[in-house]
Design a protein around this ligand. Structure first.
Ligand code: PLP
Length: 461
């Protein structure tokens, strides 16, 4: 796909209005220069200058079905014509059908759906449900996690974005989940790291007082913090600990859900059923903002005769739900989840591992489906990250050079700290995936220049 003829003057006008009036997320407003985007289709988007980019970031990891899928666009248009909006206390076809389709896909008895506007408010409500259900105050979450930008969600988050707004909220306790490649602990194998992480979690529960812990919240596969596939047995172990201490187990599938891991949910990979599961993003590929909490029978019963203390004006908005119904039906009809698994197994996984063999800057390749991370290092032996934790400005130059090289090669990369994540739409074709791997090959050469093997700025082994 290619957009209409370039129109740099129109692009400059869009950019100028943006800089005059749009206040951007997570940014120093005076230091940003957002690309003016003219359009998008499938796996690509383009600017007003005539540059086209293969989107290996899926926006913010949400366009699982690609941009402008004709069936989803048509469904939004039809829903708008039929019933554009309606208050949440009524039964509306788009809403009830979206809930039915989601409940059909979610694991176990997660059969009731509370709709929100996105991921962060899904997390807010899951935490509230857990606290009301147990009558306990505390929530345990991991360092190296992201759960959203609202107050509770940012406090359970385990990345530096939490620091500025963390008020040390009573009741939030962080622990170290498993991550063998960068584990500071004694473990040397995935099995040991799994045992280490479970022992550490149980100790944390005991030290905090089991009767004070309402919930453990985890991303099934932590996404933003580095696509860290949990070791076999870890999630089952957490499930077991939660059962033993009467703690609500919440899995956050906002990023990992709806096809990204080559299964409907990442939980399916591990055969684990949480008590609450949060979702957003891929549920309708972000065509209209939507998120939610899938609720187990046990938790739903708490609110059977007792009002749930929470709600949103736009809970289950008809346009968002209409988009979800079309997305979920299309994903099933077109075998998109199976396609994501296949592309991961046959193209992305082998292709990324092959790049790692040739590029000394790649320390580790990890992932599944269309959910991959390359952990970039200065030195493979010491595993020193290519840029320091939370680097900015000059310290972050190697990653900035990597990203610039990717863009010159026509690839829009997802970059976080010392990593690039390979998270294209689930619909990416084999040819597009190969095109993206070729662009990554070029961009990694820019990163290699900063490694010990290049004799550059690396520290040496
Ligand atoms: N939870 C996870 C796992 C996420 O990855 C995100 C966003 O990236 C969120 C929650 C927050 O979602 P939103 O930005 O829609 O509020």
């Amino acid at each position: 796909p290619q957009g209409p003829a370039p129109d740099p003057a129109a692009g400059r006008a869009v950019h100028a209005a943006d800089r005059a009036h749009v206040f951007h997320s997570w940014s120093a407003q005076g230091q940003i220069d957002p690309l003016a985007v003219a359009g998008a289709e499938g796996s690509y988007f383009w600017d007003y200058e005539g540059n086209r980019y293969l989107d290996f970031a899926s926006g913010l990891v949400f366009t699982n079905i690609g941009y402008q899928h004709p069936k989803v666009v048509a469904a939004v248009q039809e829903q708008a014509a039929q019933l554009c909006t309606f208050a949440p206390a009524f039964a509306i076809e788009a809403r009830s059908e979206a809930a039915r389709l989601i409940a059909e896909r979610t694991p176990g008895d997660l059969d009731k759906i509370f709709f929100t506007n996105g991921g962060a408010d899904a997390v807010e409500h899951a935490l509230r449900m857990a606290r009301v259900h147990t009558g306990r105050p505390k929530v345990l979450s991991t360092y190296r996690s992201y759960h959203g930008g609202t107050q509770q969600a940012i406090n359970v988050t385990g990345d530096p974005r939490r620091w500025a707004s963390d008020t040390g909220t009573a009741g939030t306790v962080h622990f170290d989940g498993p991550h063998l490649y960068r584990s500071p602990f004694w473990s040397r194998t995935e099995e040991q790291e799994c045992a280490r992480a479970l022992e550490h979690l149980e100790r944390t529960i005991q030290m905090e007082g089991p009767a004070t812990v309402a919930a453990v919240i985890l991303e099934t596969v932590p996404g933003t913090a580095g696509i860290m596939m949990p070791p076999a047995g870890y999630l089952a172990g957490v499930r077991e600990l939660c059962d033993r201490y009467g703690i609500v187990f919440i899995l956050d599938e906002v990023m990992a859900g709806f096809g990204r891991t080559g299964t409907w949910f990442a939980a399916d990979l591990y055969d684990v059923v949480p008590d609450l599961m949060t979702f957003a993003k891929g549920v309708n590929s972000g065509y209209v903002p939507l998120g939610g909490v899938a609720i187990s029978q046990k938790i739903a019963e708490t609110f059977d005769q007792r009002p749930y203390p929470g709600g949103l004006t736009y809970s289950g908005h008809p346009l968002a739900c209409g988009a979800a119904v079309a997305t979920l039906r299309t994903m099933a009809e077109e075998g998109i989840v199976e396609h994501a698994a296949h592309i991961g197994e046959t193209v992305l996984g082998p292709g990324l591992r092959e790049l790692a063999e040739r590029h000394p800057s790649v320390g580790e390749v990890r992932g599944v489906g269309v959910f991959w991370a390359l952990d970039l290092v200065r030195d493979r032996t010491t595993r020193e990250p290519l840029v320091p934790y939370n680097a900015s400005g000059k310290d972050n130059a190697p990653m900035a050079e990597f990203a610039a090289a990717a863009k010159r090669a026509g690839l829009w990369p997802f970059v976080n700290m010392n990593r690039t994540h390979v998270v294209p739409p689930c619909t990416i074709t084999e040819a597009e995936a190969k095109e993206g791997l070729a662009a990554l090959d070029e961009a990694l050469s820019a990163a290699d220049a900063h490694t010990a093997e290049a004799g550059g700025e690396g520290t040496g082994a």
